[in-house]
Design a protein around this ligand. Structure first.
Ligand code: NAD
Length: 486
């Protein structure tokens, strides 16, 4: 039987400007590579400053058009329709996401595409209920705030959860009445290309959603463009810093979701089977290429041996390989460049005094593709680069601790502050420690559990601002206060 997915073919990717797919004026293109097979999937238009100018002009023009003036319920219905169309095309989008990223197909379907659709369904509901502030100042005045779109927003995204992260920005941006210029990662251009068509099919007017494909320099042309009012960026901390500089002369509103090196803390009183099951996911899901992965595992010394035995044992059972195989738990890393980066950290491990309990090398028996075995390392000191730097692959370090004080010192000894997981059955301790971890999100006895109403984002060098519910809405709208003298 031929499944729907099997019929899906990779696509060539062009820019999407003012409701049309167009090539680059320069005629430049680049190849899109399947990381699981190293084969060429298709050709991508390589945009430059010219395409960014066109996209921004189109977005600027559309800002004056019907989009921002549509009755709230009509705009909400269009958002809902986008979510519905994403679900209708789920098999196709999941296949394109897997071809681009190397992640298991079942994961693309159940996490990436489902959550992408939900981003639209959530904000379609949310936008209807959002209010503003009103103050009645005695018999002197009434003050009330109105919401307006921010304007043209640049949405710049990474490669690890391409559609999920793009839609997490696009949905609230559209809900707020803005127009956008999207720049997907050059490594994973396909699902965003289809998303542009889906938006049009759902009734989004031409020029509201625009997209330029290309590399970092083209992203930089968006961030420094004088007619772009805000930038929502997810990616590496160093890129966030470069964007901040580029955006400074025009004082753009900024939202950053950046890197992480998140602790996963396990106390001796935790339910160890539950810990191991979830820690397998928080370590190796999506090949460890999730900003929220818990790559620094701290274990209370009294259970270190028992934990390691179970954790290594279960890790060795994980199937690594073909992303199309429904049994595969760990697929290919996203690109040759990223594979080399992860390998370079593995080479550092013996030099830094570390020991591989499992993994540490290219996955065996796979001739092509960028596969690395799920890797567990012990014996590294707190100053080791593998403990301090974001590796963003299926690689975790395990470190024992004896006291809460020592634990907190190590956990917070990082310039990252994205998320943390904490395992204990002692609720007082859980609350006490959670409040002292310098991270934007702390999970107690779980991981990756999300409610879109809650604040999502990082402290320190892991981000600027928060996404989710009211936080997203505040970023994608401007409040203007109006005072009536009585
Ligand atoms: P990256 O910073 O290299 O690239 C992200 C995007 O920015 C790409 O589209 C890229 O072309 C563009 N870009 C690169 N240089 C630019 C510049 N100077 N100006 C404007 N745009 C530029 O990140 P990546 O390697 O694609 O993604 C991995 C990183 O993303 C990891 O650090 C990971 O932790 C982070 N991430 C964070 C979150 C979060 O929610 N905090 C979620 C997912 C990924």
């Amino acid at each position: 039987m031929i499944t729907t997915e099997a019929k899906v073919k990779p696509i060539d990717c062009q820019h999407y400007i003012e409701g049309r797919y167009i090539p680059s004026k320069s005629g430049k293109t680049f190849e899109n590579i399947n990381p699981a097979t190293e084969e060429v999937l298709g050709i991508v238009a390589e945009g430059g400053k010219e395409e960014v100018d066109l996209a921004v002009q189109a977005a600027r023009k559309a800002l004056k058009g019907e989009w921002g003036k549509l009755p709230l319920r009509k705009r909400s219905a269009i958002l809902r329709k986008i979510g519905d169309l994403i679900l209708e095309r789920k098999d196709e989008l999941a296949m394109l996401e897997t071809l681009d990223t190397g992640k298991p197909l079942w994961l693309s379907k159940n996490v990436d595409i489902d959550r992408a659709a939900y981003n639209f369904h959530f904000f379609a509901d949310y936008m209807i209920s959002v209010g503003t502030e009103t103050y009645h100042q005695d018999d002197i005045a009434i003050h009330y705030a109105v919401r307006r779109p921010v304007g043209v927003v640049g949405l710049i995204n990474p490669w690890n959860l391409p559609l999920l992260l793009m839609t997490r920005k696009l949905a609230p941006a559209l809900a707020g009445g803005n127009t956008v210029v999207m720049k997907p990662s050059e490594v994973t251009p396909m699902t965003a290309t289809v998303l542009a068509q889906i938006c049009s099919d759902a009734g989004v007017p031409d020029g509201v959603v625009n997209m330029v494909h290309s590399f970092g320099e083209t992203g930089a042309a968006i961030t420094s463009h004088p007619d772009v009012d805000a930038i929502a960026f997810t990616g590496e901390t160093v890129t966030g810093s470069a964007i901040m500089k580029a955006a400074a002369p025009t004082l753009k509103k900024l939202s950053f979701e950046l890197g992480g090196k998140n602790p996963n803390i396990i106390f001796a009183d935790a339910d160890l089977d539950d810990v191991v099951e979830t820690t397998l996911r928080s370590s190796f899901m999506n090949q460890g290429e999730v900003c929220l992965c818990g790559s620094r595992i701290y274990v209370e010394r009294t259970i270190m041996d028992e934990f390691l035995e179970k954790f290594v044992n279960e890790t060795e059972k994980l199937t690594v390989g073909d992303p199309m195989n429904p049994n595969t738990k760990v697929g290919a890393l996203v690109s040759e460049e990223h594979y080399r980066k992860v390998q370079s950290y593995l080479e550092l491990v013996p030099q830094e005094g570390g020991k591989f309990l499992t993994g540490g090398k290219q996955a065996q028996g796979l001739e092509k593709g960028y596969y690395i075995e799920p890797t567990i390392i012990t014996g590294l000191g707190k100053d080791s680069r593998c403990v301090r730097e974001e590796i963003f692959g299926p690689v975790v370090t395990v470190i024992p601790f004896d006291t809460e004080e020592e634990l907190l010192e190590q956990v917070n000894d990082t310039h990252y502050g994205l998320s943390a997981s904490l395992w204990t059955t002692n609720i007082k301790r859980a609350h006490r420690i959670a409040g002292q971890i310098e991270a934007g999100m702390v999970w107690i006895n779980t991981w990756f559990l999300r409610d879109l109403r809650t604040p999502f984002g990082g402290m320190k060098h892991s981000g600027l601002g928060r996404e989710g519910g009211a936080h997203s809405f505040d970023f994608y709208t401007e409040l203007s206060n109006i005072t009536i003298k009585l």
